[in-house]
Design a protein. Structure first.
Lengths: 288, 148
């Protein structure tokens, strides 16, 4: 996949290939190329979210605008549903209830505790809804195609939130902190720390250190997984749209809608599983 | 590292903005969506559990009521049977008594009539004897008068 993208990327002299995380250094040049390419004809692909305007020295990027829109949509939906909430549910309420009940049951099974499931339900559900709505809203017409002038160049007004590493990294930081804090709160600091710093045997010590590193590695895997998927999808749609703007992007767009959903599921489920791993009692030699 | 962050446009201001945004969304959805919906779910669950319990209780009550009714009917039947049979017994004995009484009375009447008939016959005999005697006397007197 990366190879194909690299070919296309070099063909259009745009940094499509550099969506891959390993190519971070090259991407710097790529981004510059892209900025140049944006003025000429061809594909406009930029790795980072662009600043649309500046508010008292605070850069407002196109992704941030879309993030705020997503938040507003979700809160408006919550207000709307709350007003119509009744013991005998309507269709919408029944659907939401089915989702919540299913997720809560699944979490109870996974965490093996209804109390923990209810405690972590808001976080898992918010991650899921936020990523899902953010991804799916990005397929609305206008996202990426509406352009505004900023500092002499035209930039898209809106950009998929997850196509900005700031958003995915923020989610990853939140998930990471919640996972670690959950471990400390449920197990106690020393017991939790004992999972990673373990002097009972050299093997256990090594395993603990590796595990500690993998915990920190989650920050990267969490953020780049979501970013990579959504960004790659955007790029693919742009490239295909450049070849043939009509009909051809439709199946790919349908697939990207599915990817948007899957990424929301993956992000929230992984958070749940890591919470489970963090709150699990350490089993002596078994812990690995 | 700096270059990497710069390449992906990671900016602590934006990162913070995203975290704050998520925090706001988290709090808003928790109080506007999750708590009310989960409360409704719990309420409904409790209500359904109560309903099932009530239904079970009602079914139990109905079952006991059925058994009670059957018992009452059975009792009534036995009682009615007893009443009928005792009434039949009573009627039988009464009939026998009445028959016996009637027989006695009839016998009495018959014997009475017999006695009276006998008396009448005896009286008639006596009367006729007296008459015959008187007639005989009269005849004798006549004979005597003629002979004079």
């Amino acid at each position: 996949m990366t190879g194909v993208l690299a070919q296309i990327g070099s063909f259009f002299t745009t940094p499509v290939a550099y969506a891959a995380t390993e190519a971070a250094e090259h991407a710097a040049e790529g981004a510059e190329h892209a900025a140049e390419a944006a003025h000429g004809s061809g594909i406009h692909v930029v790795l980072k979210a662009e600043e649309v305007f500046n508010l008292f020295g605070f850069p407002i990027t196109n992704s941030l605008i879309m993030t705020v829109i997503t938040t507003v949509v979700l809160i408006a939906f919550a207000f709307f549903l709350r007003k119509k909430l009744a013991l005998i549910p309507g269709k919408l309420q029944a659907g939401v209830e089915m989702l919540f009940d299913g997720v809560l049951n699944y979490m109870t099974e996974t965490l093996e505790s209804e109390k923990l499931a209810r405690a972590f339900f808001p976080l898992i559900m918010t991650i899921f809804l936020f990523v899902l709505v953010a991804n799916e809203l990005s397929f609305l017409p206008g996202v990426g195609s509406l352009l505004v002038e900023h500092m002499g160049s035209s930039v898209p007004l809106l950009r998929a939130p997850a196509a900005d590493l700031n958003m995915t990294l923020a989610l990853a930081v939140i998930a990471f902190l919640v996972i670690e804090i959950a471990g400390v709160v449920v197990l106690g600091f020393f017991k939790y720390a004992g999972k990673y710093v373990n002097f009972s045997s050299p093997v256990n010590f090594a395993v603990g250190i590796i595990e500690l590193a993998s915990n920190i590695g989650r920050l990267i895997s969490f953020s780049f997984r979501l970013f990579g998927n959504v960004f790659a999808g955007e790029v693919m749609l742009v490239v295909v749209g450049f070849f043939l703007a009509y009909l051809l992007p439709v199946p790919l767009m349908a697939f990207e809608v599915f990817v948007g959903f899957i990424q929301a599921v993956v992000f929230s489920m992984l958070t749940l599983f890591f919470i489970k791993l963090a709150v699990m009692e350490p089993h002596g030699n078994e812990s690995h | 590292m700096d270059q990497l962050l710069e390449t992906f446009g990671v900016d602590w201001k934006l990162l913070l903005a995203q975290i704050v945004n998520f925090g706001v969304l988290f709090i808003a959805l928790t109080y506007l969506l999750y708590k009310p919906v989960l409360k409704t779910l719990d309420e409904r669950k409790a209500k359904i559990a109560q309903g099932v319990l009530d239904a079970e209780r009602a079914a139990e009550a109905a079952a006991t009521a059925d058994a009670d009714a059957a018992k009452v009917v059975k009792g009534a039947e036995t009682e009615a049977e007893g009443i009928v049979s005792s009434a039949r017994d009573l009627a039988g004995s009464e009939k026998a008594r009445i028959l016996k009484e009637a027989e006695t009375r009839a016998a009495a009447v018959a014997s009475d009539a017999d006695a009276r008939a006998k008396e009448v016959a005896a009286k008639a005999l006596r009367d006729s004897e007296k008459e015959i005697a008187r007639l005989a006397v009269l005849a004798a007197e006549k004979v005597l008068r003629d002979s004079k």
